[in-house]
Structures are given as structure tokens and as C-alpha cells.
Design a protein around this ligand. Structure first.
Ligand SMILES: [Zn+2]
Ligand SMILES: [Zn+2]
Length: 300
């Protein structure tokens, strides 16, 4: 609140309003290109502003954020000149945030995998465990009785007990199945967690639509979305520029090569031309000599 009031006063009366005349002499108005002004804030956004009061809160930015400075930067003739520097600064910041977050996501994923392992060791409910123990006890007793009856030769009675054992075994199997499905139910209710790949938050899988929406409209998710989007766009633009530069260089080399070839060709033609001239001259010389010979020695 106090901060907001101060900002308002700054805007109305200037940041130098509380200074004495003496102080004002030494006071230097902060300009957008000063070192202490946040370049990320000037050019796009400052990550320090994105996660206020969330688990990812970065704390206040050590540099100045001031809408008036932003405005004067945007209107400055050096706007374009400074943009690459500020954008690179922001990209570096975003890169670090994404790297840290991705590390966190990786750890989270490992934790989820571990949770699933632990889940398989979750004991069954005590109620089911007691029921199971009672049945096992009964089976044991019946088997003992059946055995001693058999030893006494009372085969029919022994077989009758064995039938009871069979029934109890079926009950036991059913009980174990029930216990394990109950365990599965507990798991699906409590342990089915998922991880948001954008912001690294733990989510409950099969979450209600309402809660999913409140997650994606939350500060943390939106903030990391902005950071990732900015970084992706920045890299794409950089890659494109690099590719274009490469192509331009290749084209230049190609043109130079062609030019050299043309020059060589011209040179060769000249060379050939000179050879022919020489030959022609030689021929002419011969003819002239012959004529001269005929003329001086007509008998030849
Ligand atoms: Zn900042
Ligand atoms: Zn998220």
C-alpha cells in the first residue's frame, strides 16, 4: 500500500520531490539505460514479477522496474539498438529458470515412480488380515484332524474334512482378491499423482475440471508458460537468423567461385587468341618468305 502511494507520488511529482535544494544539485535522474534499471522488464517482462507469493517466488528484483522508464525506452531512438542486449539478458534468465525447473520435474518424476513402488508394499487392512488369519488357522486344524483320521483308517471322515478344507481355501482366495482390490482403491484415491510438465507442480490425476482449470490459470503455471514461450521464440528467431546467415555466406562463396571461373575462362580465351595470332603470323611470315624467295631466285 505504502509502496503504491509512493509510486503514485513519484509519478505526480517526480522521484526527486523529497530532496532539499542542496540534494537536488547532486541528484541524477535515473534513465532507462542506467545499469540499475532492469533490462528484462524494459524489453518484455521480469521473471521476478511472475511468481510473487507462490512456491516459486524469486523475491524482489534487485533492479529498478518503472513504467515511466519503460515508456521512455520504448520511445527512444536507441530502442532497436538496445533490444538484442535486453532480450539476450532475459533469455539467459529464462534458460536458467527452465533448467532448474526441469531438474525439479525430473526429481518429481523419480519420486512418483518410487511412490508406486512403496504402494505395492502397502499392507492390507487389519480387518482383512484378521479374517485371513482365522481361515488359515481353521485350515491348519482341519488338515491335522484329517491326517490323524486317515492314520486311524477312518477314510470317509478324513475325506469329509478335506472337502471343508477345499471350501475354506476358496474363501481364502476370495478374501485375498478382495484385500488386493481394496488396496488398489486406496492407491487410486490417494497415490495417483501426476506432474505438470510446464510448471513442475504435482497434480492429482483425474482431477476435476474445475481444479485443473484453477491450476492452469494459476500464477506459477502461467509464469512458467511465459518463460518457456519466450525462450522457445527467442531460440527459434536466433536459429533462423543463424540459418539465413549461413545461406548468405554460402551464396557469397558460390558467387565468388563463379566469378573466378568466368575470369579464368576469359583468360584462357585470350591465351588461345594469342596462340592463334602467333600461328597466323608464322604462316604469314612463311608465305612472305616464299614470295621473296621466288622473286629473288626465280629459278627455284
Ligand atoms: Zn527485474
Ligand atoms: Zn502447471
Amino acid at each position: 500500500m505504502v509502496e503504491a502511494q509512493r509510486a503514485l507520488l513519484d509519478e505526480l511529482m517526480g522521484t526527486a520531490r523529497n530532496l532539499t535544494d542542496e540534494e537536488k544539485k547532486g541528484y541524477r535522474e535515473v534513465r532507462w539505460d542506467d545499469r540499475e534499471v532492469c533490462g528484462c522488464y524494459l524489453v518484455r517482462f521480469c521473471p521476478h514479477d511472475l511468481f510473487v507469493n507462490t512456491k516459486s517466488d524469486l523475491g524482489p528484483c534487485p533492479k529498478i522496474h518503472d513504467p515511466k522508464l519503460k515508456e521512455s525506452y520504448e520511445q527512444s531512438s536507441r530502442f532497436e539498438l538496445y533490444m538484442p542486449r535486453f532480450e539476450a539478458e532475459l533469455a539467459q534468465f529464462c534458460e536458467k529458470l527452465v533448467q532448474d525447473l526441469d531438474r525439479k520435474v525430473r526429481r518429481g518424476r523419480e519420486r512418483l515412480a518410487q511412490d508406486v513402488d512403496i504402494a505395492s508394499l502397502v499392507p492390507m487392512s487389519t480387518e482383512r488380515a484378521e479374517q485371513l488369519a482365522t481361515i488359515e488357522e481353521k485350515i491348519k486344524k482341519l488338515l491335522e484332524q484329517s491326517e490323524s483320521l486317515g492314520e486311524e483308517g477312518r477314510v470317509d471322515e478324513a475325506q469329509a474334512l478335506m472337502k471343508k478344507v477345499d471350501v475354506l481355501n476358496i474363501e481364502k482366495t476370495a478374501l485375498m482378491q478382495l484385500a488386493s482390490s481394496e488396496k488398489g482403491l486406496i492407491l487410486s484415491q490417494e497415490k495417483k499423482m501426476a506432474l505438470c510438465e510446464i510448471c513442475g507442480s504435482f497434480l492429482i490425476a483425474n482431477e476435476t475440471l474445475e481444479r485443473t482449470q484453477s491450476h492452469i490459470s494459476g500464477k506459477q503455471h502461467i509464469g512458467y508458460g511465459m518463460v518457456r514461450d519466450y525462450l522457445a521464440t527467442y531460440k527459434a528467431v536466433k536459429d533462423k537468423a543463424k540459418e539465413e546467415e549461413k545461406q548468405a555466406k554460402e551464396k557469397e562463396l558460390e558467387e565468388k567461385r563463379k566469378q573466378r571461373e568466368t575470369e579464368e575462362l576469359v583468360e584462357k580465351r585470350k591465351e588461345n587468341g594469342r596462340d592463334k595470332d602467333r600461328e597466323r603470323e608464322k604462316e604469314r611470315g612463311k608465305e612472305e618468305r616464299a614470295v621473296l624467295l621466288k622473286w629473288t631466285h626465280p629459278e627455284v
